[in-house]
Design a protein around this ligand. Structure first.
Ligand SMILES: [Fe+2]
Length: 254
C-alpha cells in the first residue's frame, strides 16, 4: 500500500468536512467513519447498538486501580522516587451537565505521553526516551462544585502511522465514568495554539469548528503557581445526554 502524504490527508479532511456540512447541521461529536483517520473506518459501529445491563457489565469491565481513589493520584509528578522531566503543569476545571449544573463525585481518569511524546506501553516503540519518573496515568473525583485538578507534565507530540510524517498534537486523554460503566465517555484535551491541529485527522474528525475549539484548554495565569507550574483551565460539559447521566432509565430503580 502506498504511503499517503500529509497533503493527501489534508485534502481528504477538507472533503470530509464539506460532505458533513452538506449533510445538514454539523454534529458536535467525531464523525465515526472518518476516512482521513484510517483506523476509524474499521472501528466505528456498523450495527444497531445492543442494550446491556449496566450491573452485569460492571462484573467484567476494566477499571484502573483496585482501591478507592486517593487524593495523591491526581498528581502525576509524585508517583516515583524522582521528579519527571518536562514542563510541570496544572490542569483544572469543572464537569458540568447540559444545564450548567456541577457533576459531582465523578471519577475522572487521565492518561498521557511523557514530555518526549512517549507512552509507557509496549505498542509505543518510537525512539523517544521513557522517563523513569513518569508513568502518565492519574485519577481524581470531582468535588461538590464539579471541579477537578491534576498536576502533571505537559505531554509532547508524538508520531503515529496514519500516514507519512503523521504527528499527534499534544493531548491528555480523559475518561469520565458517569454513575455506571455503560455511561463512560472518553475524550482528549489539547493545548492552545498547537501547529498540528489543522493536520491531525483525529482532531479534525470533529467537523464542527466550535466543538473542536471546546477540546482546547485555556492558559490561565491565575492558575499558574509562581516558581512552580503553568496553569490550564478546561471545563467538560456533558451536553445532550443530561438525562442519561442524571436520571434513572424508564422502568429502572422503580
Ligand atoms: Fe494519545
Amino acid at each position: 500500500m502506498t504511503e499517503l502524504s500529509q497533503e493527501q490527508i489534508s485534502a481528504e479532511i477538507v472533503e470530509a468536512h464539506a460532505a458533513a456540512a452538506a449533510a445538514g447541521p454539523l454534529p458536535i461529536h467525531p464523525l465515526r467513519d472518518f476516512a482521513p483517520y484510517r483506523s476509524s473506518t474499521l472501528r466505528h459501529p456498523t450495527h444497531a447498538l445492543v442494550r446491556a445491563d449496566p450491573e452485569e457489565i460492571e462484573l467484567v469491565s476494566p477499571a484502573f486501580g483496585h482501591s478507592d481513589v486517593a487524593p495523591e493520584e491526581s498528581d502525576l509528578t509524585i508517583q516515583h522516587s524522582g521528579e519527571p522531566l518536562g514542563e510541570r503543569i496544572i490542569v483544572t476545571g469543572r464537569v458540568l451537565d447540559g444545564e450548567g449544573r456541577p457533576v459531582r463525585g465523578q471519577l475522572i481518569e487521565v492518561w498521557q505521553a511523557n514530555s518526549s511524546g512517549r507512552y509507557v506501553h509496549k505498542r509505543d516503540q518510537h525512539p523517544a526516551p521513557l522517563d523513569p519518573n513518569f508513568t502518565g496515568v492519574g485519577r481524581a473525583i470531582t468535588g461538590d462544585d464539579g471541579s477537578y485538578r491534576f498536576v502533571t507534565i505537559k505531554p509532547g507530540p508524538y508520531p503515529w502511522k496514519n500516514h507519512r510524517n503523521a504527528w499527534r498534537p499534544a493531548h491528555i486523554h480523559f475518561s469520565l465514568f458517569g454513575s455506571e460503566f455503560t455511561q463512560r465517555l472518553i475524550t482528549q484535551m489539547y493545548f492552545p495554539s498547537d501547529p498540528l491541529f489543522a493536520l491531525d485527522p483525529i482532531y479534525q474528525s470533529i467537523a464542527d469548528p466550535a466543538a473542536r475549539q471546546r477540546l482546547i484548554a485555556a492558559y490561565d495565569h491565575d492558575i499558574s503557581v509562581p516558581e512552580w507550574a503553568m496553569g490550564y483551565r478546561w471545563d467538560i460539559v456533558l451536553t445532550g445526554g443530561t438525562a442519561t447521566w442524571m436520571e434513572p432509565e424508564e422502568g429502572e430503580h422503580a
